[in-house]
Write a protein that binds this ligand. Structure first.
Ligand SMILES: [Zn+2]
Length: 289
C-alpha cells in the first residue's frame, strides 16, 4: 500500500486479457518488444486491467480509478481477447486493505470508456445481452464531457473500442458528473486532473498530490512499463504525436516534482518511480501497491 498525501492507495488487478502485440506497440518492431512480453501463438500479449483504489485518511472519500473489463462478455468475444475477469477483485481489495465494501465507494474516475477500462461499471441484470445495471450506483462517476460525447459517436478508427452495453446504464441513471476544459478543477480534495487527447479524446487522468511527489494514474498514455520510451506508442492512439507530447509533459513532472506513475495494464507491477539519468526513462523501483 502507498501513502500519498491524505490517501492510502492500492492497485487491484481486476482481470487479465490479451491484445495483439503489434497493435500494442505500433511501429516498434516485434524483435524489440517481444523479449519482454508474454506472447501467445496468435501474437497476443498478456495484459492486466488495474483499478486504483484510494481511501482518504478520514475515510470520507473512497475512490476507484477505472473498473476493468467487467463480466458482460459473450463467449466468442471473451475468447477473442482471452478475457479472464476477476469479478470480485475490487470488493476483496476494499475488504482486505480497508475493511470497506463496494457500497462505500464515493467516487469513480472514469478515465475513458474503452471496454477494457470501464466495462466493470455495470453488469447484466438477468440474461446476458439484455439489460444492464450499475455496480456502484451511489458513487459519483467523474468523466470528461468531451470524452463522453465522443464515446456516443466514435470515429471509424476507434469505434470497436466502445461498447454501447457499457454505456446504457450510465446514460439512464444520472450518476455521471461531467468535467470540462483542458485544465479542469477537481472537486475531490488532494486530487488534480490531467486531460490527455492523444490516445482518445479527453482521457481524464487523476494525480494524487503528495509532499514527496504525487501519484498519477497514467491511463493509456503509458499502458504498461514496456511503454516508457517516448516513441513506444499503441497503434490504437487517435493522435500519436499528441501522446508523445503528453508523455514528455508527464516526464517533466516526474523529474521536477518526483511524480510516480500507476499503470492500467501492466501484469507485472502496479506502478513505478522512474529514473531519467540516462537517455531514456527507466524504472528506478517498482511501487509497492
Ligand atoms: Zn484505451
Amino acid at each position: 500500500m502507498l501513502e500519498i498525501g491524505k490517501y492510502k492507495i492500492v492497485s487491484a488487478k481486476t482481470g487479465m486479457f490479451r491484445l495483439d502485440g503489434g497493435a500494442m506497440f505500433g511501429v516498434v518492431p516485434k524483435t524489440l518488444w517481444a523479449p519482454r512480453e508474454d506472447v501467445d501463438d496468435q501474437n497476443r500479449i498478456l495484459l492486466a486491467t488495474r483499478t486504483l483504489i484510494a481511501v482518504s485518511d478520514d475515510r470520507k472519500r473512497v475512490i476507484l480509478v477505472d473498473t476493468g473489463l467487467g463480466t458482460k462478455w459473450p463467449a466468442k468475444e471473451a475468447e477473442r481477447f482471452a478475457i479472464t475477469p476477476d469479478a470480485g477483485a475490487i470488493a476483496r481489495s476494499l475488504a482486505k486493505n480497508f475493511d470497506l465494501s463496494s457500497d462505500d465507494v464515493t467516487d469513480i474516475v472514469v478515465t475513458h470508456l474503452h471496454f477494457d477500462h470501464n466495462g466493470g461499471l455495470t453488469e447484466w441484470v438477468d440474461e446476458p445481452g439484455q439489460e444492464t445495471r450499475l455496480l456502484f450506483p451511489r458513487a459519483r462517476h467523474w468523466i470528461h464531457r468531451r470524452h463522453w460525447e465522443h464515446a456516443q459517436k466514435p470515429s471509424d478508427k476507434d469505434k470497436a473500442s466502445f461498447l454501447s452495453r457499457d454505456m446504457d446504464a450510465l446514460r439512464a441513471d444520472g450518476v455521471l458528473v461531467f468535467v470540462d476544459g483542458d485544465a479542469p478543477a477537481c472537486a475531490i480534495e488532494g486530487v488534480r486532473f490531467f486531460v490527455a487527447d492523444g490516445h482518445t479524446p479527453a482521457q481524464l487522468l487523476p494525480i494524487f498530490d503528495g509532499l514527496d511527489g504525487g501519484l498519477m494514474y497514467v491511463g493509456d498514455v503509458i499502458p504498461t512499463s514496456s511503454h516508457l520510451r517516448v516513441p513506444w506508442l499503441m497503434a490504437y492512439d487517435v493522435e500519436p504525436l499528441r501522446t508523445i507530447e503528453e508523455k514528455k509533459r508527464i516526464y517533466a513532472d516526474c523529474v521536477e516534482a518526483g511524480l510516480q506513475l500507476a499503470f492500467p495494464h501492466d501484469h507485472r507491477m502496479g506502478g513505478a518511480k522512474l529514473d531519467f539519468a540516462s537517455s531514456r526513462p527507466i524504472i528506478a523501483h517498482e511501487l509497492s501497491m
